[in-house]
Design a protein around this ligand. Structure first.
Ligand SMILES: Nc1nc2c(ncn2[C@@H]2O[C@H](COP(=O)(O)OP(=O)(O)OP(=O)(O)O)[C@@H](O)[C@H]2O)c(=O)[nH]1
Ligand SMILES: [Mg+2]
Length: 435
């Protein structure tokens, strides 16, 4: 249960030894706790030096910085304590604050309060967490833009656009029995434009998610074609076991690393074969098939013995590659030929990977960052719009309106998700303690 009644405390700097550590306190009783420590009233944006007892005969000289609501990060009365960067000192100060009535904060609870107190939108709150974890300069830039609200502005435009169409449809329904000529073609035309707008926004958001979370890439193909060799080459490490024995890989072997400036989350999988009688291998294949359903990009690797192997991966970006060109001439396959053994054509492979992920060869993204949560909701909205698009509006305007309503609800959840505490908790649970 989310509660704003408690006054929470946590160390907001990285745990461990350092020059300075920072402890954050926020909540309705912050003023009272502050006064107990400092014998002073909590005023906005004030800095004082005060000694805080660690044990009966030891005190720590700390710097206290105070903020009055609503002008703090959380929107509540709050203060920060800077002390020596010793984990024991931090723990003792936190224990002292708990004895004065605070409780330990959950991960992300400070930012969740900022959201619940209307200081920050949900998309911006998520961007705060993404900024902390940004490992590429592009990501820092993109997250910075989301933090400034650029993604929210785009979402707002989409929401407004759909709302306008819904208003039109709903008013037609209301006046339906008054023999007014309904302009169905106008509604259909507007919905088609909206559908195009949404579809292009989904592509931009896909790139934004790739940039933020990495591109989930599964290496698949028949057994023994060199999938694990490819994984090891790309990760520059002995990540997967390679052997000449067919059916070596069973588990999903996952690793994230950068190719160019982009983070790829690679997954090496069991080779797909129909005629395995080994139950463990069959289990590996079924795990591989599940991973294929959930990924963004598929690398389908074959070799000269499996030239005709070609599977369909609905809605996935696919890069088809043929390996082992050291032992045959890659003439008519139409596939990108490589040899992991002789390291032939591998620079083209990396280029092709980025091109497959980002279409144009380079990410065209110049705007925000986004999460798969947002992308999922946009795609669900798109499904509703597609469902509305195929309805004969003259016959079933109510059903048409219902699909638009459901689409609109999905969009709404991006900014203002759920009334359920659990789901909101899920979003903030991935934050750091103290953020
Ligand atoms: N000639 C040649 N052999 C290769 C090449 N790449 C990999 N191999 C060999 O092919 C065999 C199978 O390689 P793996 O990487 O284990 O193949 P895999 O697709 O992961 O196999 P499974 O996990 O069993 O499905 C090993 O003996 C590799 O050394 C290549 O470019 N040329
Ligand atoms: Mg393997």
């Amino acid at each position: 249960m989310i509660s704003l009644e408690d006054t929470i405390v946590a160390c907001s700097s990285p745990l461990g030894v350092g020059a300075i550590s920072s402890i954050r306190v926020s909540g309705p009783d912050s003023g009272e706790v502050y006064t107990k420590i400092s014998c002073k009233e909590l005023v906005h944006f004030n800095v004082i030096i005060k000694e805080i007892p660690l044990a009966v005969d030891i005190k720590e000289k700390c710097v206290l910085t105070s903020y009055k609501n609503p002008s703090s990060y959380t929107g509540e009365d709050s203060f920060e304590i800077s002390c020596h960067g010793n984990p024991l000192i931090v723990d003792l100060i936190i224990d002292h604050l708990i004895s004065l009535g605070c409780r330990l904060a959950e991960p992300g609870e400070f930012t969740m309060r900022s959201f619940l107190n209307g200081k920050i939108g949900l998309v911006e709150a998520e961007a705060v967490s993404d900024l902390i974890h940004a490992e590429t300069l592009e990501k820092v830039r993109a997250v910075g833009r989301s933090l400034k609200g650029e993604f929210t502005t785009e979402i707002d435009k989409i929401i407004l656009n759909l709302r306008e169409i819904r208003t039109l449809v709903e008013s037609e329904i209301d006046f339906n029995d008054q023999e007014i000529n309904i302009d169905f073609s106008r509604i259909k035309g507007n919905l088609e434009s909206f559908s195009n707008l949404l579809s292009s926004f989904i592509s931009t958001t896909e790139e934004a998610v790739y940039l933020n979370e990495g591109i989930n890439t599964v290496i698949t193909g028949p057994t023994n074609v060199g999938k694990s060799t490819l994984m090891n080459y790309l990760s520059k490490n002995e990540t997967s076991i390679v052997s000449e024995i067919s059916g070596t890989t069973r588990d999903l072997v996952s690793k994230s690393f950068k190719i160019g400036n982009h983070v790829f989350n690679f997954c090496d999988t069991a080779g797909i074969t129909k005629d395995s009688s080994d139950p463990i291998e069959r289990k590996g294949i079924s795990m591989a098939e599940k991973a294929l359903l959930e990924c963004d990009l598929v690398i389908e690797l074959v070799d000269d013995k499996n030239i005709n192997y070609k599977k369909v991966y609905p809605d996935k970006k696919v890069l088809r590659v043929i390996n082992k060109i050291d032992r045959f001439k890659n003439k008519d396959t139409g596939l990108l030929g490589i040899s992991l053994k002789t390291k032939t054509n591998l620079e083209n492979l990396e280029e092709a990977l980025i091109k497959t992920a980002f279409g144009s060869g380079k990410p065209k993204l110049k705007s925000f960052s986004a999460r798969s949560r947002h992308l999922g909701l946009l795609r669900e909205c798109y499904k509703e719009i597609e469902a509305a698009n195929v309805i004969d509006i003259e016959d079933s305007i109510e059903l048409f309106a219902e699909h638009l309503k459901l689409g609109s609800l999905k969009l709404g959840q991006i900014k203002n998700p759920y009334s359920s505490d659990d789901l909101l908790g899920d979003i903030f649970a991935n934050f750091c303690i103290g953020k």
